[in-house]
Design a protein around this ligand. Structure first.
Ligand code: SF4
Ligand code: SF4
Length: 373
């Protein structure tokens, strides 16, 4: 470990300053790396190809902001260095993850969304880090981002040595898996760049491609968002393709399958951040309990949570699909029918589909009982 720097003159040794910043970041539970703002050409090309193929679905902000994604200095012109940071969110308690996925009477919420909204938590930590640097070495120009601006965060994190991009398109670190958030600080300190992660660690593995419930990973390193459950349940506002609904199972907010199946995630590190503690037992709530939430209850229970961002209507749409996929149940059928009169057109259409699914299951069971038992 380096001897801590003491004088403002010593901070002009930017190699030593970078090491010092790394240590300050660790006290905030951040693992950081340094990269230049130049996005490598192959990453820029990959984004252009992905957009040209239309895989971004209705996320039109991707096309509007493509030039900025290619060049982060458009966000902050004096940027000399990007500090890329990762913050773990994995819960030891969520060892029950697979059990929740397997029990289709429960709603599955992506593990990153069980606690406080990471946008606020991570942004606050990035700010604290910048303030600490300023206190120690004087003012400099900085701007923190947490999924809040058009930044190619995986490419930058890879450049900063924080991991490699896997075939599931997520950043993976051999000692931390992929269960962390990423954030960036654009700053005008000429800090030396870290060594980029050299090669993809996937090897011959194809688990994420074969285990994706909807076949959204259409090729290594390419996700068609239009088939991805995370996109469909969180970003997409409309009516979900009926062919995809049965494949969504009980996933009502996001999806983790391409992480759960990834061998590198046996190295996931549990979060130390209290803000990410699981709220309202959202890791294992019955679908019918969540369905009974009024809009007021939804707003109260999701205060400060990323789930709130999707709004009540999409929340109901997603749960309606999961209820259609749940084991046949006269109680579910009755509850769905009762909600028809008071639901919006969007939700109503998904309820009707769910009723049909439930009735089909009940009819099949009646036939089996009649002829075979
Ligand atoms: S989040 Fe789910 S649906 Fe999307 S690519 Fe990963 S496994 Fe497939
Ligand atoms: S599941 Fe396998 S192929 Fe997919 S990202 Fe992980 S290691 Fe790579």
């Amino acid at each position: 470990m380096n001897t801590p720097l003491k004088t403002k003159t010593e901070y002009r040794d930017y190699t030593r300053l970078a090491e010092q910043i790394r240590q300050w970041a660790q006290t905030l539970e951040l693992t950081i790396g340094f990269a230049s703002p130049d996005i490598p050409a192959h990453h820029r090309q990959q984004l252009s190809d992905w957009l040209a193929a239309g895989y971004h679905g209705e996320m039109t902000f991707f096309t509007r902001n493509q030039a900025t994604r290619h060049d982060p200095t458009q966000l902050q012109p004096d940027t000399l260095c990007i500090i890329s940071a990762r913050l773990n969110y994995w819960h030891q308690e969520s060892a029950s993850t697979q059990a929740t996925l397997n029990n289709t009477n429960l709603g599955y919420i992506s593990r990153y969304a069980l606690g406080r909204d990471y946008h606020k938590v991570l942004r606050q930590k990035l700010k604290q880090l910048c303030q600490k640097i300023e206190t120690e070495m004087g003012a400099f120009s900085w701007r923190p981002f947490t999924d809040s601006a058009p930044i190619m965060e995986h490419a930058l994190a890879e450049q900063a040595g924080l991991g490699f991009i896997g075939k599931n398109t997520l950043l993976i670190h051999p000692e931390a898996g992929s269960t962390f958030f990423l954030g960036e600080i654009l700053c005008n300190l000429p800090l030396p760049s870290d060594k980029p992660s050299e090669k993809c660690g996937c090897g011959p593995c194809t688990n994420c491609l074969t285990d994706c419930p909807t076949g959204a990973i259409i090729a290594p390193f390419t996700v068609d968002a239009r088939r991805c459950i995370s996109y469909l349940t969180i970003e997409y506002d409309g009516s979900i393709d009926e062919r995809l609904r049965p494949l969504m199972g009980n996933r009502i907010y996001g999806c983790d399958d391409c992480q759960l199946t990834c061998p590198w995630n046996k190295f996931s590190q549990p979060t130390q951040t209290d803000d990410f503690a699981i709220r309202h037992q959202l890791d294992q709530q019955p679908l019918l309990t969540l369905w009974q939430w009024s809009e007021a209850t939804f707003l109260a229970k999701t205060e400060g949570s990323p789930i709130r961002r999707i709004g009540y209507e999409k929340w109901r749409r997603n749960i309606a699909i999961a209820l259609g996929n749940a084991p046949q149940s006269p109680e579910i059928l009755l509850t769905l029918k009762q909600a028809l009169a008071t639901s919006s057109e969007l939700v109503k259409e998904h309820i009707e589909w769910a009723i049909n699914q439930q009735q089909t299951s009940l009819r099949s069971i009646a036939i089996i009982n009649r002829y075979y038992l």
